[in-house]
Design a protein around this ligand. Sequence first.
Ligand code: 0A1
Ligand code: ZN
Length: 872
Amino acid sequence: MTDLSSTPAVPAPVIHRADYRPPEWLVPEIALDFALSLTATHVRADLEVQRVGTASGPLRLDGDGIAAKSVLIDGTAHNDWYMDGDSLIIDLPGERHTVTIETEINPAANTQLSGLYASGGMLCTQCEAEGFRRITFFPDRPDVLSRYTVRMTGEKAAFPVLLSNGNPVASGDNADGTHWAEWHDPWPKPSYLFALVAGDLVASRDSFTTRSGRRVDLAIYVRAGDETRTGHAMKALIDSMRWDEDVYGREYDLDLFNIVAVADFNAGAMENKGLNVFNTRYILADPETATDGDYDAIEGVVAHEYFHNWSGNRVTCRDWFQLSLKEGFTVLRDQQFSADMGSAPVKRIEDVRILRAAQFPEDSGPLAHPIRPDAYQEISNFYTATVYNKGAEVIRMMTVLAGPERFRRGTDLYFDRHDGEAATCEDFVRAIEDGAELDLGQFRRWYEQAGTPRVTATLTHAGDTATLVLSQTVPATPGQPDKQPMVIPLRTALFDRATGQHRGEQLLVLTEPEQTFTFPGFTAPPVLSINRGFSAPVAIDLPMETADLVFLAAHDDDPFARYEAMQQLMVRHLVAAVSGDLPDEARGEGLAAIRDVYASVLADAALDDLMRGELLILPGEGYIAEQLAQADPSRIHAEREALKRWLGSQLAGPWQALHDRCTAVPYSLEAAARGARKLKTQALVYLAASDPVEAARRAKAQYDAADNMTDRQGALMVLAGIGTAECDEARRAALADFHARFAGNALVIDKWFSIQASALHPDTLAHVTALAAHPDFTLTNPNRVRALYMAFAANPQAFHAADGAGYRMIADLILKLDPINGNVAARFVPPLGRWRRIEPTRAALMRAELERIAAAPGLSRDVREQVSKSLE
Ligand code: 0A1
Ligand code: ZN
């Protein structure tokens, strides 16, 4: 008997960057007409198509899960078309034609949230990367740019607001209770930037006058009741518009800029031309419901989407392999903006922490890919920390090599040269080379090679000369066994022990497998501070005395380097401890050194509290695991908790004093008050490790007194993590209060799920199992799914439960979520894909779960690609 369900699916084709061919047909104009309905939206598309040069092929239009109800060529019904898989093919005789196609779609049934979908009674679109083809047939590729005219008709009661890209042209009421609106976008754009929104929304409005005097009307559309929570996003938008003029010379180019916030969204936000669509979590904020971290994230994401207007929309991508062209550059721009708006050193440390936590594991795992990938099956899987965050680091290195003025000449040239075009990463590099007068020949390897380079530094001293030998290797990654040396710019300083000073920073550029640098004039061995500011996204191996790390932690004038010295001190201690490589005496010395550095950071009056908070963060368990060929997550967890407990008990007095001092600071969004809030919860975290009863008492007081979400969430997080029986009542009461207090506020209920799933509590796995059955839980809202399960998968103690229950939970989730939303389901594969770097017993359990997923019939292309690569 044949079991059809186990018939292997036809593997998805692999798309190669090298196979790029320019389009044979262009679509200079498109008119779309939507008859809107939640369950049956009718779409009529008029495409003005134009043959390119002497191309002889038929017109090939992409589709996905749609059927053509009718096809007209130049206004006449036409039957001479056919389907090739999902593509609609038409043989056209001439050079230019009008092709009219009608489709009908069911937005309410669109649980993938790609294309046109329904969210809480409103209709909205998400077209990047390949969602437009779920609306109508079209050459759905970013190098086909069209001018869009969009008309939509719908029930006025259900959809009072009708929005699309560009400018409103006309609107009116019909006799049957429907109304209509027409929009026109004068800027040619690829289909992925198309957007439409229809719903019952209210606008918060403001305006911005550009430096050339153009008045731009700004609106943020939200559900009624949420308009009081848009102020921070609006401020971020106005600040971004001004900053892009000041720093990159980029001015906005329409009379209108609309943002819509939607509760069901696969990603953070989307830069559709003149009509950004945002996940509500990156728009809505007030002190009661949003943390300081939420405020920062809103500022960063609003800026990111706004900056795409130039880096992404005016200059777009030729094909999806070039994704980092827009994303890496735009992430760099939003990082620079946030640095300018707040504390630049703190922002840099946070960005490096994200890179190390999210991108380094990607680079060292089965899904490693260069920032410009060479091949993919499903492009949605390539919206990665590598393309985004490492992409930003690569362009940041260009700024280090060129300096800010020359880099700006490079970006000016890039925007000038490629405005209105679909460009490549190579175009960008060449523009920076020409504009900044910089040779980036060898530097291009950053676009080609995956893997985090490792630099080994050895400093010796003889006579009056210090000698630094630097060598580099780039580890093998899937499909790239042999690597060439990279260009690695390292900001470096040598400190005089006696004076505690250095004699000026130098930029050392490592280009060879090994290079030697000499520094005369040192009568005594200096202390090396290297990769200051994290000038290159590399790992540094530097055998360094504990005393030297302590010296840098106290004296380094580069804030990142100071943070890094403290991190190194702790990472080295923890790695030795988990490797069983730490005799009692050395353990005692290591702990004492860490305690003393902590004590001086706690006491250092010259530090601002935001920076103090950064310095006092323990290295993450994932980052410690990265240092080991095969990690035992339970040992890492135990050693890290032991260190936390030691710091908690040794510095109990200072932590309590800190908590008292910070508790007295009233709420404001000023840096000093934010710093106080950050430290307040950190003090509780250390105290909770050593004295849970006292920490629970303080956390409860902080929770009860909280007039803002930062304090409330911090206190609840600490309480939720305490497993001590006598604190259990306080834990339960606070969780119940939080839920009751914020019932109906989806973003805050997300926090309630997350806090429990990421808790240190020993019963977290059971709690998460119960939460999955809670009436507020749903698999159809990506924020809710991430709130529960991403938090869980990032909670090492719970996810890596020794019996594999955590792995099973995530595999079950993937299988259940995949038919609903493959894009989001695939995001849960990488945590399981780390199995090769985990100790053998757990590795086998992780692998078995991947195999169970792989054996399931009907997997999405998204999950299939990630799972099969993780098993290779
Ligand atoms: N371009 C957006 C990211 C984005 C990508 C895919 C999406 O749908 C699945 C949505 C947004 C950005 O970088 O902000
Ligand atoms: Zn982006």
